[in-house]
Design a protein around this ligand. Structure first.
Ligand code: GRF
Length: 189
């Protein structure tokens, strides 16, 4: 299964996928890693792993629509079977989603449909839930609303901060992401 991964930050989910591919746990090829944030740690992780990288910063495009088109065409150069959003923090437009329909996967650090959006961990903590978790889902034209592929529960502990809770979620997230990609690989190829 040929994958392009998009990141915006530290890239620990990307690292988990790289390690799973290199360790033979995931029968896939990461063709390239792209980001909206030039020089982010996720891009550095890809470079260290010898994986091609590209950036498409919104500021480089005259409009958000043009940025979507630029990002879309960069990805199309690799002709991936699947595009993985691993900590990618931008909303993609309907044309982009349609171009990769059914082959665009996102991971979200909460149990959707609860706590969608950019602050799922913070919102769950603020709400006082005792259990939160992680969701891997197909992306549709909404925000964190596509068909759910897999979920895992994570307890909220006394004294948790957004950071300690997010780190606990990420442990489950990295495992669930690799597991879900492996399952998709048998259907996508
Ligand atoms: C992940 O928890 C992802 O679900 C969320 O932001 C985090 C990114 O972490 N959107 P990383 O960049 O993979 O370390």
């Amino acid at each position: 299964m040929r994958i392009v991964v998009l990141v915006s930050g530290s890239g620990t989910n990307l690292q988990a996928v790289i390690d799973a591919v290199n360790g033979g746990e995931l029968d896939a090829e990461i063709l390239a890693v792209g980001s909206d944030v030039p020089g982010c740690l996720g891009l550095e992780r890809a470079e260290k792993a010898g994986i091609a990288t590209f950036t498409a910063a919104p500021g480089d495009s005259a409009s958000r629509a043009e940025w979507n088109r630029a990002l879309q065409s960069r990805i199309m150069e690799y002709a991936p079977d699947l595009v993985l959003l691993a900590g990618f923090m931008r909303i993609l437009d309907a044309e982009f989603v349609a171009a990769f329909d059914g082959r665009l996967v996102n991971t979200h650090p909460a149990l959707l449909p609860s706590f969608p959006g950019a602050h799922g961990v913070r919102d769950a903590l603020a709400h006082g839930v005792k259990v939160t978790g992680v969701t891997v889902h197909l992306v549709d034209s909404g925000v964190d609303t596509g068909p759910i592929l897999a979920q895992a529960a994570v307890p909220v502990l006394e004294g948790d901060t957004e950071e300690t809770l997010h780190e606990r979620i990420k442990i489950e997230e990295r495992r669930l992401l690799v597991q879900t990609l492996a399952a998709l690989g048998t259907s996508i190829g």
